[in-house]
Ligand binder design. Structure first.
Ligand SMILES: Nc1ncnc2c1ncn2[C@@H]1O[C@H](COP(=O)(O)OP(=O)(O)OP(=O)(O)O)[C@@H](O)[C@H]1O
Length: 252
């Protein structure tokens, strides 16, 4: 993915939300996008997903300029309760986009089973979303995204609505699906520790009009581990670095 000089304004706001945002994401990379509250992180993600046409600049996915939702891209939203269909069983929810894309029934079944197994919900196919915990429902939403076999997965505050332990589990799940399926993942988060834990690189947006204030490379070893990675002195240093860039008082 290549983002070049992206800018966007909403009618009625005194200044643009995004201004000349540029960065690239390589195959298999995990990037997180952080920045001050209300700075335009979700707006940026919507532009990357082709859900919002930017005022200027360009997003290229797999070599093609984005004009509408591109092939090979899936998105997971924060609010799983609104993104899953409560009247459909879990299996139906996961295969929904495959039906819409005209994927044959046998392949739909195989991909649904594989995606649910990848998120640890191989036994939940016949349940309804409301019979599952919040964290399990977000796993279903992730499985639905995986079933499309995306090359790029966008996640907007995906773990903000679950408890701390579930959040840690879902962070590890995200890293494991990247390792297993090899896709590029971009995650918007408010949580600085989460951004460092998940990332190969953290994109820090400035205050509005938001541009890329800094890109922090996270060279922590893989596989990451919730206890050892987070207690690594380099982790502590990196989180302080990202926090300082968000506050705008880091020496560049
Ligand atoms: N559809 C819209 N119409 C008008 N203004 C909007 C719209 N969507 C967002 N905004 C405004 O654009 C700015 C950026 O919003 P956005 O949600 O992209 O920021 P964010 O960084 O994701 O926010 P948060 O940190 O609260 O999650 C805010 O001032 C918001 O009020």
């Amino acid at each position: 993915m290549r983002v070049t000089d992206l800018g966007h304004s909403y009618p009625g706001l005194p200044q643009p939300v995004l201004h000349d945002v540029s960065f690239t994401a390589a195959d298999g990379e995990v990037l997180t996008i952080v920045g001050p509250s209300g700075t335009g992180k979700s707006t940026l993600l919507r532009c990357l997903a082709g859900l919002l046409r930017p005022g200027h600049g360009e997003v290229c996915v797999l070599g093609k300029p984005v004009d509408g939702v591109p092939d090979g891209l899936s998105m997971v939203f924060q609010d799983y309760s609104r993104s899953l269909f409560p009247w459909m069983r879990v299996g139906r929810n996961v295969e929904f986009p495959l039906r819409a894309a005209g994927v044959p029934a046998a392949e739909r079944r195989e991909r649904t089973a594989e995606s649910l197994a990848a998120v640890g919900l191989g036994d939940a196919r016949r349940k309804y979303p409301w019979q599952l915990s919040g964290g399990m429902q977000q796993r279903v939403a992730i499985a639905r995204a995986l079933a499309c076999r995306p090359r790029i997965l966008l996640m907007d505050e995906p773990f903000a609505s679950v408890d701390a332990q579930t959040r840690a589990d879902l962070e590890d799940l995200t890293l494991s699906v990247r390792d297993r399926f090899g896709m590029t993942i971009l995650v918007v988060t408010h949580d600085i520790d989460e951004s460092v834990y998940l990332s190969d690189r953290v994109i820090v947006l400035s205050r509005p009009p938001a541009t890329v204030a800094e890109q922090v490379t996270v060279d922590l070893p893989a596989p990451r581990d919730q206890i050892t990675t987070r207690s690594d002195p380099r982790f502590v240093h990196l989180r302080a670095d990202v926090a300082a860039h968000i506050r705008g008082d880091a020496a560049s």
